[in-house]
Design a protein around this ligand. Structure first.
Ligand code: GLN
Length: 491
């Protein structure tokens, strides 16, 4: 294996900027790595070999011409297949969009290109980002590079596995209930969900619009912060995008890396630090809490009593929004069309298309959401869930009056074996127990490796107030300065 694939984005960008290697060489090394290992990992749904090499050549030409390069110029990035890419297949892990080539780039994809990063391809995911293991992809599961008999988390398992397998140094995910942080935790990588509205949803195929948040994935906190800086910021094409400056997450990551947390007050969430998680996960978490205290942080316990209701509230709100958003997949406008033989009605074609195009989990969500929104049940289900959402937001507000950031394990368990939870949707939903509150509130959350349990990675989650994304990067980088990065056994 080429050494280039082992380097961080910071190191790669420096080598390219200094002319010690070219963007084309860096890109080719990663394309070769993908050819060598992706048959085992299945992180990619589409590899854009020619597009990537062309983008890399542009960076090399600009450097040769003496043009200024951005901090990530020439660094390869893998993009979750939930973001539209002009002329490049975008399936969202679903059969219903098989073969669809969008006519436009998502804002994030456009910003990645403007920054001189090199898009390698599109990564595997649970269909429409619904799932916690990437087993609900219509294109086969992604496997965890730590143990290919185990799941890489979900829904963005492809983006996380690509990092852990050294197929890409950077990737993009989307987090509706944990789909960036949970895969980060179980693959030993870093995943950050920015503040809702801090990153643009323009060109992000919608699952649950009030929760969906695209964000950065990387192997180090500083790399994630640099990627965050490139993709974040106001976008007039997204009505929920926040028109305010992006918090200086790069400076915060650098500050954290000094290992000094003096004056920082961290709250351990009572509800998420006791029973309910695997003993090995709790042990790694508690060791990390001690480490953070040694770095100078003041640790207090904070109760967020409504967090226990986050999961049921989420599983009403997210399916409700999805049942509305997915109505656009009607066999007329995008992708698949089944049974259009000239003799069938529009309704019959729509029904046959959806029957063939959507997988079981997506159908389950649409049915639950339609039910929860129906006139006789709206107040009892959707209305109640929205009230719980408000109570959870109040828990966060009260907590942040006492502490700068909240910490918890990212997930209750390490990566589970493939197939272990696909027969029981509730067990699958539990994987996001600790990540969902931040989505309901809208604040940022990051998962950073905090140790191993049974030889598998464990993640620690840091949650911060809305638009205080910098705080979580500082804490995560400080922990990383003690724990280091985790390297999986060779594939
Ligand atoms: N696992 C959660 C779900 O299935 C969250 C998914 C996500 O964040 N996209 O809905």
């Amino acid at each position: 294996m080429s050494d280039l694939t082992r380097l961080t984005a910071v190191e790669l960008a420096a080598l390219v900027a200094e002319g010690q290697t070219s963007a084309v060489e860096v890109t080719q090394a990663h394309l070769d790595r993908i050819s060598a290992v992706d048959g085992q990992v299945n992180a990619f749904l589409h590899v854009d070999t020619e597009g990537a090499l062309a983008a890399a050549r542009t960076v090399d030409d600009r450097r040769a011409a003496g043009e200024p390069l951005g901090p990530l110029a020439g660094v390869p990035v893998a993009v979750k297949d939930v973001l539209t890419t002009k002329g490049i297949p975008t399936t969202v892990g679903s059969k219903i969009l098989k073969g669809w080539r969008p006519p436009y780039d998502a804002t994030i994809v456009q910003r990645l290109a403007e920054a001189g990063t090199v898009m390698l391809g599109k990564t595997n995911m649970d269909e429409f980002a619904m799932g916690s293991s990437t087993e609900y992809s219509a294109y086969g599961p992604t496997r965890n590079p730590w143990d290919t008999g185990r799941i890489p988390g979900g829904s963005g398992g492809g983006s996380a596995a690509a990092l852990a397998a050294y197929e890409a140094p950077l990737s993009i995910g989307s987090d509706t209930g944990g789909s960036i942080r949970q895969p980060g935790a179980v693959t030993g990588t870093v995943g950050a969900k920015p503040t809702y509205g801090g990153t643009s949803r323009y060109g992000l195929v919608a699952f649950s619009s009030s929760l969906d948040t695209p964000g950065p994935c990387a192997r180090t906190v500083l790399d994630a912060a640099l990627l965050h800086q490139v993709i974040a910021g106001h976008d007039p094409r997204d009505s929920t995008s926040i028109p305010a400056p992006v918090p200086d997450v790069v400076a915060a990551a650098k500050l954290g890396a000094t290992g000094d947390l003096t004056g920082v007050k961290l709250g351990v969430v009572t509800e998420f630090s006791g029973d309910g998680a695997e003993p090995g996960v709790l042990a790694a978490f508690r060791e990390s809490v001690d480490a953070l205290a040694k770095l100078g942080a003041e640790i207090v316990e904070v109760s967020c009593p409504h967090f226990t209701y986050a999961l049921p509230a989420y599983y009403l709100i997210a399916p409700s929004e999805c049942s509305s958003n997915l109505a656009r997949f009607d066999g007329v406008r995008f992708g698949l069309r089944v049974g259009d033989d000239g003799n069938r009605s529009l309704e019959e074609v729509m029904s046959l298309t959806r029957e063939a195009g959507f997988g079981p989990e997506v159908k389950r969500r649409i049915i639950i959401g339609t039910y929860a929104l129906s006139s006789g049940y709206y107040d009892a289900y959707y209305g109640q869930a929205q009230k719980v959402r408000t109570l959870i937001t109040r828990d966060f507000t009260a907590a942040f009056e006492q502490v700068d950031a909240l910490i918890s394990p990212t997930t209750p368990s390490v990566a589970f074996p493939l197939g272990a939870r696909t027969t029981d949707p509730y067990q699958m939903y539990l994987a996001d127990l600790y990540t969902i509150p931040a989505n309901l509130y809208g604040g940022p959350g990051i998962s950073v490796p905090c140790g191993l349990s049974e030889g598998l990675p464990v993640g620690l989650q840091v949650m911060a107030p809305t638009m205080a994304d910098d705080r979580m990067y500082r804490v995560a980088a400080a922990l990383e300065s003690v724990v280091g990065t985790l390297t999986p056994p060779a594939l």
